[in-house]
Design a protein around this ligand. Structure first.
Ligand code: NAP
Length: 249
């Protein structure tokens, strides 16, 4: 029997990168997966197709998870399609790096709007849909929440908020058997890290001397941990932060 047979999972920002890999891995373990995206319908449709071709169940749902009305729509669509909710992966997030004097109010609104406000509002809505048996919430944070490199103050602050939110909420929701954990990746090659120019700028090479395992990550290095946190294998684990970084801290 697959680990997530009969479970329903929503993965935010699953049209690309880490979210897409998580959606595929959850689907391969038997979960019915809602592949959320904001703009990349083609990417989301490809992820859905690959899950279906592997024998799984998935549907793509457009919703900007920094907006309350879209978040409500996302979970209503999940209920309509699959009838229940067991797992939420809060993966959608954006990263931008600027020295303090270059941080703008618009950038603050954008990064906190999605990475923090959106994540909290999405969680609040999801919890309404978990059944009496509880559920699992998996927040995708980052190694920068604790490493906090220079020119990453804004992005690091958003992920620090995610870590703290995770710990507090785990205590609050534990009695309802809703577990809340964080995955904190190190540098991972994704559409996003290509699009932001980080790969082209040689960022991976800069991180290698401090990476004991000697390579940057791939989305498939991260996704199995989401299956673990979603499944009963982690049934007595909540409020934890798992760093997946090749050993870089
Ligand atoms: P990515 O390749 O840029 O993909 C981002 C995903 O989020 C896309 O599916 C995108 O969908 C979606 N998205 C963006 N804004 C959204 C919104 N408002 N509503 C719904 N979906 C939205 O990102 P990634 O590199 O895989 O990163 C994923 C997560 O991991 C982020 O939270 C990031 O902070 C974290 N992380 C990444 C790394 C890394 O090195 N890559 C390291 C540590 C942590 P559309 O294309 O449709 O907009």
């Amino acid at each position: 029997m697959k680990k997530l047979e009969g479970k329903v999972a929503v993965v935010t920002g699953a049209s690309k990168g880490i979210g897409a890999a998580i959606a595929r891995h959850l689907g391969a373990e038997g979960a019915s997966v809602v592949v959320n995206y904001a703009a990349s319908k083609d990417g989301a449709d490809k992820v859905v197709k690959s899950i279906q071709e592997a024998g799984g169940k998935a549907v793509a749902v457009q919703a900007d998870v920094s907006k309350q009305s879209d978040i409500e729509k996302l979970f209503a669509a999940t209920k309509k399609e699959f009838g229940r909710l067991d797992v939420l992966v809060n993966n959608a997030g954006i990263y931008e790096f600027s020295p303090l004097e270059k941080i703008t109010e618009a950038q603050l609104q954008k990064l906190f709007g999605l990475n923090v406000f959106g994540l909290i509002l999405t969680t609040q809505e999801a919890v309404k849909y978990f059944g009496t048996e509880g559920g699992s919430i998996i927040n995708i944070s980052s190694v920068v929440s604790t490493m906090a490199p220079g020119t990453s103050s804004l992005y690091s602050a958003t992920k620090g908020a995610v870590d703290t939110f995770t710990k507090s909420l785990a205590k609050e929701l534990g009695p309802r058997n809703i577990r809340v954990n964080c995955i904190n990746p190190g540098f991972v090659e994704t559409e996003g890290t290509h699009a932001t120019g980080m790969i082209a700028a040689g960022y991976p090479q800069q991180t290698l001397p401090a990476t004991p395992l000697g390579r940057i990550g791939q989305p498939d290095d991260i996704a199995p941990a989401a299956v673990y946190f979603a499944s009963s294998d982690s049934g007595w684990i909540t409020g934890e932060t798992l760093f997946i970084t090749g050993g870089r801290r």
